[in-house]
Design a protein around this ligand. Sequence first.
Ligand code: CP
Length: 312
Amino acid sequence: MSLARKDLITLEELSVEEVIQILDTAASFKEVVQRPIKKVPALRGKTVVNLFFEPSTRTRTSFELAAKRLSADVVNFTASDSSLVKGECLLDTIRNIEAMNVHTIIMRHAYSGSVELVARHSQAAVVNAGDGTHAHPTQGLLDMFTIRERKGDFKNLTVTLVGDITHSRVARSNIHGLRKLGATVRIVGPATLIPKSMARLGVEVYTRLDEAIRDADVINILRIQLERQDGQLFPSAREYANLYGVNARRLKLAKPDVLIMHPGPMNRGIEISPRVADGPHAVILDQVTNGVAVRMAVLYLLAGGESDETGD
Ligand code: CP
């Protein structure tokens, strides 16, 4: 049981069978991480480097836990504490890390395409932990895993992605993964935060939130990414909250058993009201829990995993 590829850069490149294989393997690992001893020997003797050039709470911690639960040795690299600040270039940094016999590089970077560039120049398996606005494939997979746990199949599901679509690598990975498995995907936000090219990805495009969440099975609310915005793309946080904030009143328009998702970190009171974030429909912390099992599955399958090591 393995993925017939060296790297995981986007969900666009995966086949339906590969996506299902990752989700099924993650289900086995979810059982492992619920045991008193949450460890299997699948990656014993292998070294995984967490190479983060942008801040992270969930992704970095869960990749570290995932690798440790597979018995790998884990090294955490932080760009601001490295020789990059002395002027060493990205590819020289990678070559030096690889020279220490590293098997897997997990990388987050502010520039779209940077992780693919590193993968092309590296012998190690490279996993994209988020590159610019391009892709965040393991977030897409853990979102799909969380939806599948609660809803079963994707074919009759309507998933609405709300907010800052332009700057969201999470939106792009969700769209590619969910469309592949047959879900209907709606996107909604201010016109200034929805690129025209999105319609080509097979999504339904809305600018009115109430219309976009009517009868939705899942609402995935995206963070307003002020750090990536160049200029003022909406008048104020207050106006954004009025027009595009998901609150308890609006939630009544969706299906009664709607799931509320958010990749985090949340801007409470802007894109999501605290009542919705902490309410009975929210599966936001389940997404985080599932992230460990999904990342275990990705590391395991890229390393050419053997079925008796999933703990089955
Ligand atoms: N969802 C996500 O990528 O969160 P972090 O930025 O905290 O890793």
